[in-house]
Design a protein around this ligand. Structure first.
Ligand code: ZN
Length: 83
């Protein structure tokens, strides 16, 4: 009788180990995915006042307190103002 109890406990232990390992793997994958598709992570997009192109905020070229998409647009805007 004690043999059956031993095997049942062994089977239960193996089953729990598999379930535990699986749940850990799934939660690890979820963390990776959520880190990639985090809605707060993407950089804000700004519209260039010179050419109208949308570009990421961290690539902005600042000129006179205005964010342009490139050095070219900043120069063009300045030239436009002075002309
Ligand atoms: Zn531009």
């Amino acid at each position: 009788m004690s043999r059956i109890v031993f095997w049942v406990l062994l089977a239960a232990a193996i089953y729990l180990a598999i379930v535990f390992a699986r749940s850990r793997r799934i939660s690890g994958e979820k963390k990776k995915i959520s880190r990639k598709s985090d809605p707060r992570a993407p950089v804000a997009m700004i519209e260039c006042p010179q050419c109208g192109t949308h570009f990421p905020e961290d690539e902005a070229v600042l000129g006179d307190g205005v964010a342009y998409c490139s050095e070219r647009c900043r120069k063009a805007a300045r030239a436009g103002k002075h002309a």
